[in-house]
Design a protein around this ligand. Structure first.
Ligand code: ADP
Ligand code: XUL
Length: 522
């Protein structure tokens, strides 16, 4: 039997696993969907929403690991061939380990599930997630410490954002001090998952650490002033030091996994990463490539040699290359808002949704909508707003047009902001990843808005695949073997007629977006 490599991905709606062999071929993809397979935790789309407080039960994530491995065991998966494990997690989310949890982690009984044994290990039971936007006050306070949003962005790669972990920690530090004091360690979702496999606390990798508003993205160390502001002098110890070496073997798999599932005792654990950075590891990128992820969130990802942070995007450290940075735009109204429009106007069916798209082969230049069903990040707006000939309307005269209008609106916003990020550089190709990239009709609108070809990744889960490739690369790094990365296929090329229409619409779109923002402030 060949050598196998695991890439896990703890995302918003599911825990996913990608297994590759030593030729980087995907031999298995498995997942646990939180709503469907762990209904006892009461999540909808993986989270519990209470106004702008959006959390996931930490124990549900633990139970998902139990469930995933039980599934693999029940089909006789040969765990003993797994040489290395890495993984990814939704960015920004945080886990609060209660005092004495390290001791429990180190002494797990392999005859019992993780969820039974870890049930008392968390001082905060519901982990804040990337969808949370309840920390505006903490954000403004943090920015004032370093004389404003621009300075915070220059230092940490981003101005203060509600979902960024430093601000989430500050909220707990100020409003739930008892729980904070009972916390011995704070993990990100990625380092939390790594911790379960190590049986001891895993460090936070710099790609995920740069989504916290706490890390100096140049020195890749925590910034003392920011730590102090968010969690006092104890925060450094609670976080542990960031891990700069993405290829470091951070330990061997724990006794628990060896005894319960039959892993080899030499199986290595590598740092787990943020899901967006991890996805980039799965792709062989060329100059002029833009990666657009259409998952629960939508993100635009660009590689850059120089960090040039601004207040409209994020600059993240690269998970394995110390000389590269990632520029990222992130939208909360991604797949779930598209699903909402599908449910209202297309009978809950992607086929029907696509039929509607096909019935409008060209954009209607005079119709523009904004679909911020939940509080958006960029722009910081909410609500659904439709305009016909620049007049605000309740609904389009042909309501089905919403199916096309939402895509146009999402992609025009990306194009306007990507143009700013790339300044004078030319974009040549879009690589689409994430759940909605399965839908070719959606990608046809994307290609028309940007005016370049769209390529698609062939597998299901790019973040898990990127992590599995890292595990493979580490194992063979000394043997000079490199992985082959994912196959990409060209899937859509632009209609120049449509691209010209969108180019005319971009200006009006920006003016209307300002009106939406002003309207939100009333
Ligand atoms: P995660 O953020 O959990 O990693 P995925 O990348 O797996 O999410 O994306 C999940 C989303 O993909 C779902 O919420 C769903 O709306 C979307 N999706 C899946 N199939 C399609 C499709 N055929 N058309 C449009 N969207 C789709
Ligand atoms: C990125 C972000 C989301 C999550 C989704 O900043 O908030 O893309 O990483 O898992």
């Amino acid at each position: 039997m060949e050598n196998l490599f695991f890439g896990l991905d703890l995302s918003t709606q599911q825990l996913k696993l990608t297994v590759v062999d030593e030729n980087s071929k995907v031999i298995l993809e498995e997942s646990v969907n939180f709503d469907k397979e762990l209904p006892e935790y009461g999540t909808k789309n993986g989270v519990i929403a209470n106004g702008n407080i959006i959390t996931s039960p930490t124990l549900m994530w633990v139970a998902a690991v139990d469930r995933l491995f039980t599934k693999l065991q029940s089909v006789g998966f040969p765990f003993r061939y797994v040489k290395a494990v890495s993984g990814a997690g939704q960015q920004h989310g945080s886990v609060y380990w209660r005092n004495n949890a390290a001791n429990i982690l180190a002494n797990l009984d392999p005859s019992q599930s993780l969820v039974t044994q870890l049930s008392n290990c968390f001082s905060i039971l519901d982990s804040p997630t990337w969808q949370d936007s309840s920390t505006t006050q903490e954000c403004r306070q943090l920015e004032s410490i370093v004389s404003g949003p621009e300075m915070l962005a220059k230092l940490t790669g981003s101005k203060a954002y509600e979902r960024f972990t430093g601000n989430q920690i500050a909220k707990i530090y100020r409003h739930n001090r008892q729980a904070y004091d009972e916390t011995e360690r704070i993990s990100l979702v990625s380092s939390f998952l790594a911790t379960l496999f190590l049986g001891k606390y895993a460090q936070i990798d710099v790609s995920d650490g740069s989504g916290m508003n706490l890390l100096n993205i140049y020195t890749k160390e925590w910034d003392n002033r920011l730590l102090e502001a968010c969690g006092g002098s104890e925060l450094r110890q609670k976080l542990g030091e960031p891990e700069k070496d993405g290829f470091k073997i951070i330990g061997k798999i724990s006794e628990y996994f060896i005894k319960r599932y039959g892993f080899d005792c030499e199986c290595m654990i590598l740092p787990f990463m943020g899901d967006n950075p991890s996805s980039l590891l799965s792709l062989r990128l060329e100059s002029g490539d833009i990666v657009i992820s259409l998952g629960t969130s939508d993100t635009v990802l660009l590689l850059t040699n120089q960090a040039d942070p601004n207040t409209e995007s994020h600059t993240l450290c690269h998970p394995i290359d110390p000389n590269t940075y990632i520029s990222m735009l992130c939208y909360k109204n991604g797949s779930l808002t598209r699903e909402y429009i599908r449910d209202v106007y297309a009978n809950k069916s992607w086929n029907k949704f696509n039929e509607i798209l096909l019935s409008y082969p060209h954009p209607h230049e005079n119709k523009i909508g904004f679909y911020f069903r939940i509080q958006e990040i960029t722009p910081f707006a909410h609500g659904i707003h439709r305009f016909v000939n620049q007049e605000l309307v309740e609904e389009f005269d042909d309501p089905k047009y919403n199916a096309r209008a939402i895509l146009e609106s999402q992609f025009m916003s990306m194009r306007i902001r990507t143009e700013k990020l790339m300044s004078d550089k030319e974009w040549k190709r879009i690589i689409a990843i994430g759940g909605a990239s399965e839908n070719t009709e959606i990608l046809k609108v994307l290609t028309d808005v940007f005016g370049v070809d769209v390529w698609r990744y062939s597998g299901k889960n790019s973040a898990g695949y990127g992590a599995a490739l890292k595990a493979l690369m580490t194992t063979f790094r000394n043997a000079n073997s490199s992985s082959s990365m994912s196959d990409l296929f060209m899937i859509a090329d632009p209609s120049s007629e449509n691209t010209l229409i969108y180019e005319r619409m971009l200006n009006i779109y920006q003016q209307l977006e300002l009106r939406v923002l002003n309207h939100n402030q009333i």
